[in-house]
Design a protein around this ligand. Structure first.
Ligand code: PLP
Length: 373
């Protein structure tokens, strides 16, 4: 049986009527940019994330860029972030003219290792951007303490983690701002690109709101150079509908993760995801590590899954400090060894809510077969 990595058709079939009604309402109103649907979505996502303000964005990438610009980060500045993340995290830092400074990960959670941040802080550092990778929040307490002591902003790249919690606090609610992505493969995905900034800081919310519309306030008077970072009303309407189902989908993913955990328990060649006891992980991805120290090969397992038509992915094959476009930052192989090893060993398996037990059995059997267990 073939199993896809993600099956958005299965999700759509269950919510088709609600989504179509919401889309129709926008089309009938022809209020396609801004308007009540965007405002409703911003309120709903902010409330869900225990934040005062939500500012819709055209993508998760633009949410991050908007916040960086809203905080006035630019040439000559440095932003500390994880090397093991999707490119957008650091790409946005570079686009402002600032320099991304990469820190290695905690090899168990794949998140920025908070203990390593202090030695990377310089006079130029303006912000720390932890990434809540795969749906688990980074270790926020030491990051927030360090940032407070050194006068730095914390921007949460929560693109993969809407609804995750750290010691009971929602992703996005702890830093100066949090950024979500509504890319369709996210737990809360739109029908195209979209994103959201959440913040409790009224003046930052105001700055980002102005910035997302070319720095314009009032109309045709430009306070600063921003961009078109707006969320459109069709995406907002779909996101608002889907938000009502999000907790149920999170719980289904968590149950699937527990099922895989049981299937792989005792296999020394596979490391299942480690979740800190104080975290609620929402499993945007279920990522196992195929342990080379136990003689297993991730690439061999990936080939085996390919042959069996079992969906899988490698997030991420190259840590950002080794990306070609960052060659001028002069990192070299071996600089951030935990991330480099993770890049060689990680493998994401299907974890979408509609996955059936039979499909999960198929995936688990194929993985166990591939490692010779
Ligand atoms: C960690 C992380 N940051 C940022 C982004 C950017 O989001 P988007 O694709 O909506 O621009 C993503 C999306 O994949 C992501 O996973």
């Amino acid at each position: 049986m073939a199993v896809p990595l993600l099956d958005l058709v299965a999700q759509y079939q269950k919510i088709r009527d609600e989504v179509r009604a919401a889309v129709d309402a926008v089309l009938e109103s022809q209020v396609c940019i801004g308007g009540p649907k965007v405002a409703e979505c911003e309120r709903a996502v902010a409330a869900y994330s225990d934040s005062k303000f939500g500012i819709g964005a055209s993508s998760g990438t633009d949410a991050i860029l908007n916040v960086l610009m809203g905080l006035g980060i630019g040439p000559g500045d440095e932003v500390i972030t994880s090397t093991f993340t999707f490119f957008a995290t650091a790409g946005c830092v570079s686009r402002t003219g600032a320099r991304p400074v990469f820190v290695d990960i905690d090899p168990r959670t794949y998140n920025l290792d908070a203990r390593q941040i202090a030695r990377h802080i310089s006079k130029k550092t303006k912000a720390i951007m932890p990434v809540h990778l795969f749906g688990q929040m980074a270790d926020m307490d030491p990051i927030l303490t360090l940032a407070r002591d050194r006068g730095l902003a914390v921007i949460e790249d929560a693109a993969q983690a809407i609804g995750a919690t750290y010691k009971g606090h929602k992703a996005g609610s702890l830093g100066a701002a949090g950024c979500f992505s509504f890319f369709p493969s996210k737990n809360l995905g739109g029908v195209g690109d979209g994103g959201m900034i959440v913040t409790n800081d009224a003046s930052l919310a105001d700055q980002c709101t102005v910035m997302r519309n070319h720095g314009m306030k009032p109309r045709y008077y430009h306070k600063c150079v921003g961009g078109n970072f707006r969320l459109d009303a069709l995406q907002a309407a779909v996101i608002t509908v889907k938000l009502k189902h999000l907790e149920e989908w999170h719980e289904a993913r968590r149950a699937h993760a527990a099922y895989y955990d049981r299937k792989f328990a005792g296999c020394e060649k596979i490391a299942t995801p480690y979740v800190e006891p104080h975290n609620r992980m929402i499993y945007n991805q279920y990522v196992i590590r195929i342990r080379s120290d136990q003689g297993a090969s991730r690439d061999h397992v990936a080939t085996h899954l390919e042959e069996r038509k079992i969906g899988h992915a490698i997030y991420y094959p190259v840590p950002l400090h080794l990306q070609e476009c960052f060659a001028d930052l002069r990192y070299k192989e071996g600089d951030l060894p935990h991330a480099e090893q993770a890049a060689r060993e990680v493998l994401a398996l299907p974890i979408y809510p509609e996955l059936t037990p039979a499909q999960q059995d198929e995936v688990a059997a194929a993985v166990l077969e591939a490692v010779g267990a």
